[in-house]
Design a protein around this ligand. Sequence first.
Ligand SMILES: Cc1cc2nc3c(=O)[nH]c(=O)nc-3n(C[C@H](O)[C@H](O)[C@H](O)COP(=O)(O)OP(=O)(O)OC[C@H]3O[C@@H](n4cnc5c(N)ncnc54)[C@H](O)[C@@H]3O)c2cc1C
Length: 392
Amino acid sequence: MLDYLLTEEQEMIRQLCRKIAEDKIRPVAAELDKQEKFPREIIKIIAESDLFAIFIPEQYGGTLQLPAGQTLGGVLNLCVATEELSRACAGIAVCYAASALGTFPIMLQGSEEQKKKYLPGLAKGEKLAAFGLTEPEAGSDASAIKTTAKKQGDSYILNGTKHFITNGEEAEVYVVIAMTDKSKGARGASAFIVQKGTPGFSFGKKEEKLGIRASVTSELIFNDCRIPKENLLGREGMGFIATMKTFDLSRPGVAAQAVGIAQGALDLTVKYAKQRQQFGKSISSFQGIQWMLADMATQIEAARALVYSTARMVDSGNTNIGKESAMAKLFASDTAMRVTTDCVQIFGGYGYMRDYPVEKYMRDAKITQIYEGTNQIQRNIIFLQLIKEMAK
Ligand SMILES: Cc1cc2nc3c(=O)[nH]c(=O)nc-3n(C[C@H](O)[C@H](O)[C@H](O)COP(=O)(O)OP(=O)(O)OC[C@H]3O[C@@H](n4cnc5c(N)ncnc54)[C@H](O)[C@@H]3O)c2cc1C
């Protein structure tokens, strides 16, 4: 691996996560995937290891020390942790990373009171967070959401359905995007905090998935769900800005998940290629296989370099990061898909069988090209920014 000049703390995060991944996650990953079982015990271990605290500032119960005047950071910490956990199981890693996705809007737009109320519990990992944007008729076109939030006295009344929500039902704190003024289109959306257990808030279908099967993906149903007006994040109309800024922070995490998946699959494949004998020698002695492995290692390192540089840029306080975040997610997830498919190829017929771990990596890789904006949408984001830069 390249020397990324990580801080001592970041190296410790890597070692800690690697140990959790090897000792606690790898032995149960296949079974949890098979049973589609949420990894409560492992989330507890991750919480006790203070890993939910590494992207939350100290004054809100986290462990993150930020330079004076800066309110956000810890993205490289999160990326290092997510990559290492994903190396053993991306399904388990996403339960962790999705809590960061639900936490970021509170860090970005929360009032002092909201941050003090919600962040300490999330930093301890006592509570998980989730982010609810997608609806059955509104995926890539998020501006088509139909969930409404109507102001009524000191409350908002939420009605509508969100689907495909990671950590749905397992999380305690949900950031939900709803329309407060449909006539304003995208500028009529607002972000709200909704706590599990609020009357009128229930859970619907739990999805059965191709990959990341240890994570839970559920519907959130709001039926005349009354929440206090204090649960509005930022101002009315700021919901999509909160969403875009949240994705700028979280996409490097998806990219790190992809790097971890690709690296995990490559680790297994190098070992297998050395052991597997055909034509009287190990398959790793064939140049065709050697070049495939060399290409994979090179692509993974390039993806990691892009992800870490983007995360560093975010951590330095730079807020103009939409293009770079999109590039990191696009490149790392396409790399993960290509690498894991080639790993299955090198395992041959065994690679196609569930008795061998490599097919899971290929199934898990696919989602990184889809969620938090499909890779087509990432290309749109990159292109729009390119045009803007060229117009300057
Ligand atoms: C396992 C899982 C977990 C998820 N977790 C969450 C979560 O926690 N919170 C949340 O809010 N959402 C979540 N999602 C939703 C996810 O972000 C959406 O599925 C994704 O944004 C795509 O939306 P869609 O599925 O409706 O596809 P569509 O938007 O219907 O897209 C279908 C196809 O059309 C393409 N397409 C659409 N528009 C364009 C365009 N303008 N140009 C070119 N191609 C285009 C897409 O790239 C895609 O290939 C999750 C999804 C999954 C599968």
